[in-house]
Design a protein around this ligand. Structure first.
Ligand code: KMH
Ligand code: ZN
Length: 278
């Protein structure tokens, strides 16, 4: 079990509508301000989706490069770009994200129903993402929406080898309508399946919507790390909208301290995740 807790903030996502949630960071200035605040209250990784001038999700490479540079300039956070994008994004655009050269990128380990939509992740596409990240020295975070995605990860690593740095880190995304539920039982099932992965594999977990608290508590008690943010949760408590991403990170950090597993610094997170030196 790791003592300290890695906290990832996922501040924006591709699904929440800025018009309905004005606190959602969508401009580069808003994103940088959010990142700075979240770092100061305990985040060490930022999982990034960006928006265009109309606040719609985009995978525009120029904007992604500008975003990586601005976040590096303003913070010490590990920048993890989403290659998941939005459910409507084509595979080609999702692969191009890697050209923005982040330290980390997400790699979803299988297809999942996603509310009324389908989040498509074909095997050949997963292999392409994994091997391109190996070639470019980008550390993946394997996104797990269902138990079977861990079996797919085992198969991927067996056939195509470890990621750069040799450390395997997964993120359990729990409570998506169509994916695994955000319960302690489901988290324990995943933790048991992690035993089939290389020794030292670490995990974080996030619960969508009201699953945020049960998943956070279950992950802390199972030795896992945390992801929080407005990509996943826009209600802080019943009838109380989230005010900011920093509010969610501060709550996660407080729970981590209560569990005697205080938040990690970005430097500690780079060591844990075996991120190559810049
Ligand atoms: N927006 C979802 C369709 C990721 O960022 O890698 C996919 C997602 C996963 O959020
Ligand atoms: Zn995402």
């Amino acid at each position: 079990m790791t003592d300290a807790t890695l906290i990832t903030v996922a501040p924006t996502g591709a699904e929440v509508d800025k018009a309905q949630v004005p606190a959602l960071p969508v401009t580069l200035a808003e994103l940088v301000a959010t990142a700075t605040e979240c770092e100061s209250v305990g985040a060490s990784v930022i999982h990034v989706h960006i928006r265009d001038d109309q606040t719609q999700p985009t995978l525009d490479l120029g904007r992604l490069r500008e975003t990586v540079a601005a976040l590096r300039e303003a913070t010490d956070l590990i920048v993890q770009l989403s290659t998941g994008g939005a459910v409507t994004d084509p595979e080609s655009a999702r692969l191009t994200v890697l050209e923005a050269a982040p330290e980390m990128a997400s790699c979803t380990m299988g297809t999942v129903n996603f509310g009324d939509d389908v989040f498509l992740n074909r095997w050949e596409f997963i292999v392409e993402l994994h091997t391109r990240m190996q070639e470019r020295g980008i550390v993946p975070e394997y996104e797990i929406f269902d138990l079977g995605h861990l079996a797919a990860l085992e198969r991927l690593l067996d056939r195509y080898g470890l990621p750069v740095g040799g450390h395997v880190h997964v993120d359990l995304v729990m409570g998506v309508p169509g994916g695994m539920p955000g319960t302690a039982d489901a988290l324990v099932a995943c933790v048991n399946a992690l035993r089939n992965l290389p020794a030292g594999t670490t995990f974080s977990a996030t619960g969508i919507g009201r699953a945020t608290l049960p998943v956070m508590l279950a992950s802390l008690s199972a030795g896992g790390h945390l992801r929080v943010g407005m990509e996943d949760t826009i209600t802080y408590a019943k009838g109380q909208p989230v005010e900011s991403n920093a509010q969610l990170v501060a709550r996660a950090a407080a729970l981590a301290r209560l569990a005697q597993r205080p938040p990690m610094t970005p430097a500690q997170a780079r060591e844990l995740l075996a991120i190559p030196g810049r």
